[in-house]
Design a protein around this ligand. Structure first.
Ligand code: ZN
Length: 505
């Protein structure tokens, strides 16, 4: 047991540590704002190589002085060269490692997540173009890595201004009360499809770069299986939704990039916002230091894939509670969805989902398929192929199906369906009549968000490829929905997939 003396000592030590920490933060803030002021008064970068070299070394010293980590990870020569190259690519003369609230030049545009009116809510601003960098209220971006490559290779000008003429949404959607509920939508910007037009004045008068994170278009689509459906009489052309005997479909498509409101995302997962910020910072190689230094920036656009909504029939019917709605939530499986691999039920379920969605729309209701870019349960194709190898070199029993993934990845699944229902709230969907999915995770996430599911529809037996029995039976035993037989562990052991040797390569 500690006596009162040592407790007092400990408190004094902690107090001293805290004050050192505070002084350090003040020093760092002072340094950053000073170097930014120097940037403002510094003459433009000269075109002579000598001058550049001199400025390059200045960059190195500044960067090193601002944090000890830079010094320990970068050799002076490498960083000098990097700095010279960076200047040649049109960056500022000093590397700005991060920013702090209340720093000189940092005046983020007002932003209030969940405010019902777009003017009060404010635009999501991530651009680092010279006129916008101090006005940002978010950071990241779905395609920011490719954007960075395009800038580094000088194929893109950071100050390029998009011309949005005629790019307006091809269908109207909302606004719905859900758009103004900060608990219902946390992983996308409900005003993302209208941003350039809602905030046209800010773009024009304040020279701020504001971009949409949602786009809506119309298209025709053609799938060989649906041609077959028409031939077999399962689908009947109506000239409007299923257009013709070739099974050509009319569709309205919504592309959505993720926009995370960090407090809301943390709450959805039942974790602390600070822990979420720290983990995102650490595991993106420290790519987003503002996750740590800018508590006032609440929005992060993660560099991950988004989703696409395929709506059959009148888009206005999705939110109409008086008509029926059929819905398929589909997570990407490129090998099956696009290339026809028969090891899983992905493409068959996708096609079945489209066919049932089309039928619902033809019957006067609404049919919706939502496609999420979460390849291989969001573990990626490399992990997926490693699992395939392990399965095919083992006995490929249904009873080992989840164990194989868990042995390799450490988890069964990283799709985190907790954020998935946001798109349903955004579309104004209040109930689902036919859910074309057997997944208990998707079901529970949707119902947990207060959207009832009236009927769950499993993939009919005749649509299940033989080699995918391993997957589907394992999933059913693990709790996926079925009206049929749920196998015991012993029965599962008897379900085996095809071995490599069973087919010609
Ligand atoms: Zn698949």
């Amino acid at each position: 047991m500690a006596n009162s003396g040592s407790v007092a000592d400990m408190a004094a030590v902690l107090q001293a540590l805290k004050s050192i920490q505070e002084s350090q933060i003040q020093l760092q803030e002072g340094f950053v704002s000073l170097s930014q002021r120097m940037d403002q008064v510094a003459p433009p970068v000269s075109s002579t190589d000598d001058d550049m070299a001199e400025k390059g070394s200045q960059v190195t010293k500044t960067a090193v002085a601002s944090t000890a980590t830079v010094e320990s990870t970068t050799t002076p020569t490498a960083s000098t060269e990097t700095a010279i190259q960076a200047q040649k690519s049109g960056f500022t003369s000093r590397i700005i490692l991060t920013t702090y609230p209340k720093q000189i030049g940092i005046v983020p545009l007002p932003f209030k997540w969940g405010a019902p009116e777009p003017a009060e809510r404010g635009p999501v601003v991530v651009s680092r173009s010279s006129s916008t960098i101090g006005r940002r209220n978010a950071h990241g971006g779905s395609y920011s890595i490719y954007f960075a490559l395009a800038l580094a290779s000088k194929q893109l000008d950071i100050n390029h201004k998009p011309d949005f003429t005629n790019t307006e949404p091809a269908a109207n959607i909302g606004p719905f009360p859900q758009w103004g509920d900060p608990k219902k939508i946390v992983a996308m910007d409900p005003w993302g499809h209208l941003a350039p037009w809602l905030f046209a004045d800010t773009i024009k008068n304040e020279n701020v770069d504001i971009r949409p994170t949602i786009a809506i278009t119309k298209a025709h689509m053609k799938l060989p299986e649906l041609e077959e459906s028409v031939r077999a009489g399962r689908l009947v052309p109506d000239g409007k939704i299923c257009l013709n005997s070739a099974g050509e479909l009319a569709v309205t498509k919504f592309a959505v990039e993720p926009v995370w409101y960090l407090p809301g995302v943390a709450e959805r997962f039942g974790i602390d916002e600070g822990v979420l910020r720290r983990s995102l910072f650490e595991h993106t190689g420290g790519s987003y230091p503002e996750l740590i230094t800018r508590g006032d920036i609440k929005v992060f656009l993660p560099p991950i894939g988004g989703l696409t909504v395929y709506c059959f029939g009148d888009p206005a019917k999705m939110s109409d509670e008086k008509v029926r709605l059929a819905l398929r939530i589909h997570d990407e499986c490129n090998g099956s969805d696009v290339f026809g691999s028969d090891i899983c039920t992905c493409r068959p379920y996708l096609i079945y989902g489209i066919e049932e969605a089309v039928k619902e729309a033809q019957n006067g209701g609404s049919g919706v398929v939502i496609y999420f870019r979460k390849e291989g349960r969001a573990l990626g194709e490399v992990t997926k192929y490693l699992v395939y190898n392990a399965r095919k070199r083992g006995e490929d029993r249904a009873s080992d199906y989840f164990k194989r993934t868990e042995n390799i990845a450490g988890v069964k699944d990283m799709r985190f369906q907790a954020l998935m229902p946001d798109i349903l709230h955004w579309l104004g969907i209040k109930k689902i009549d036919r859910m074309l999915s057997m997944s208990n995770m998707k079901h529970d996430a949707i119902v947990g968000q207060g959207i009832p599911i009236h009927e769950r529809v499993e993939l009919p037996e005749e649509w299940i490829p033989q080699d995918s029995r391993v997957e589907i039976d394992a999933k059913i035993t693990a709790g996926y929905f079925t009206t049929g037989h749920r196998m015991t562990e012993d029965e599962l052991k008897a379900v085996k997939g095809r071995m490599w040797e069973d087919i010609d390569h």
